[in-house]
Design a protein around this ligand. Structure first.
Ligand code: SF4
Length: 391
């Protein structure tokens, strides 16, 4: 929605930049943890929460990383008590990303007591060899054990993250992982193809010719994902995201299932959000900010009482509208024209008429009186489609 300039922001992202060890493919900002730095980070984060609290009334909160679940009980209690003090609890959806190796019953209880109601678990694979290949610290047994702990603690909204097109992953292994994941009956599933980012060990191995990329197999694996998730009772609502639809009044026409990640839907619909923690980006009333991707520097700044913002940029309304158009197209619902106009004050039919026609001619998109949306084929080219909307 086009933001009311005085209403508080309703979405909060917090980056926790620590992991037990660095995975082979990972380009996120995170580092192997050390006790002292984590302590400093927690104190700095509390300070940053305090600075923005007057302008926040979170309906969605998402702690991502890194590995948020690596924080110990005492550190979580410090953060959650601070959020309570600053009136930041009570979100409709409060998600914490967890690594299966760091889930425990007492931590789950604490999180539940403070209103955390959704866990996103980084499973990635259920094949032991591939978990090793990726440099993950957890085993497949830990996935099942942690999932049982989450359920026993009352978490009834759990996401499983899976990866496909991992070097060495055959279709047979992928099917087996999908079957086992479906049997877990989670509420949400996210699944991404491995990407080879500069400066990661996996990228270096690819460059060195240790393995090659099979694009056809990757496409077949994506099709298998969609078919298996659909048979498993999920509804796809974004290129890589699937959720169950458990609304009391179930609307089969709704393109966004009731258990979709509300926090991410807000991103894709162009809503404002605060981004706290090292490397986090935020977007508030037309201004995009990015925090320093350096935990020491982040702590130094907040210890002086300042936010640790490395850069901030005010986007022109048309440029921002182009970005919002591009994000929203990732969703199966595409963009209802009226909704886009409410969100941006621009009419897609005026600003991007020829681009939409070109995409429809290529078979990438459908356009009718009310909306514009990518087709199944178009979703595979969503990045190229998005480029066409950027100004
Ligand atoms: S656990 Fe996640 S954030 Fe941490 S290194 Fe692995 S992929 Fe990166």
């Amino acid at each position: 929605m086009l933001e009311n300039s005085s209403a508080p922001v309703t979405s909060l992202y917090v980056h926790v930049p620590f992991c037990a060890q660095k995975c082979e493919y990972c380009a996120f900002y995170s580092e192997a943890s050390s006790g002292e730095l984590i302590g400093r980070y927690v104190a700095a984060l509390v300070r940053e929460l305090e600075i923005v609290a007057h302008d926040l009334k979170p309906q969605t909160v998402f702690f991502g990383g890194g590995t948020p679940s690596i924080l110990n009980l005492r550190q979580w209690e410090t953060i959650l008590r601070a959020m309570e003090k600053f009136n930041l609890l009570g979100a409709e959806e409060f998600t914490i990303e967890s690594n299966p190796a760091t889930v425990s019953a007492d931590k789950c209880k604490l999180l539940r007591d403070f209103g955390v109601n959704r866990i996103s678990m980084g499973v990635q694979s259920l094949d032991e060899k591939l978990l090793d290949r990726l440099g993950r610290v957890h085993s497949r047994e830990m996935v099942f054990k942690s999932f049982d702990i989450l359920r026993a603690s009352g978490f009834d909204n759990v996401n499983l993250d899976l990866m496909f097109a991992i070097p060495g992953q055959t279709m047979e292994i992928w099917r087996a992982t999908l079957n086992e994941a479906m049997a877990m009956q989670s509420e949400h599933l996210s699944s991404y193809e491995v990407i080879y980012e500069d400066d990661t060990p996996l990228f270096d191995q690819l460059q060195a010719g240790e393995f090659s990329v099979d694009e056809n197999l990757a496409c077949e694996m994506y099709e298998e994902l969609i078919s298996s998730a659909t048979k498993g009772g999920f509804q796809q609502y974004e290129i890589a995201n699937f959720a169950r639809n458990k609304s009391a009044i179930r609307n089969p026409q709704s393109a966004i299932p009731s258990l979709a990640c509300k926090h991410n839907v807000n991103y894709w619909r162009g809503g404002s959000y605060y981004g706290l923690g090292p490397s986090a980006t935020g977007y508030v009333r037309g201004v995009r900010t990015k925090n320093w991707s350096n935990t020491q520097l982040y702590c130094d700044q907040l210890e002086k009482g300042k936010r640790a913002i490395e850069s901030s940029e005010e986007l022109t309304p048309l440029r921002r509208a182009g970005e919002i158009a591009a994000f929203g197209l990732r969703m199966n619902a595409g963009w209802p024209f009226a909704e886009f106009q409410r969100a941006t004050n621009f009419d897609l039919r005026n600003e991007w008429d020829s681009e939409m026609n070109q995409m429809a001619e290529r078979g990438w998109a459908l356009r009718d009186q009310e909306k514009f949306q990518l087709t199944h084929q178009g979703l595979r080219f969503a990045d190229a489609a998005a480029e066409m909307f950027l100004r």
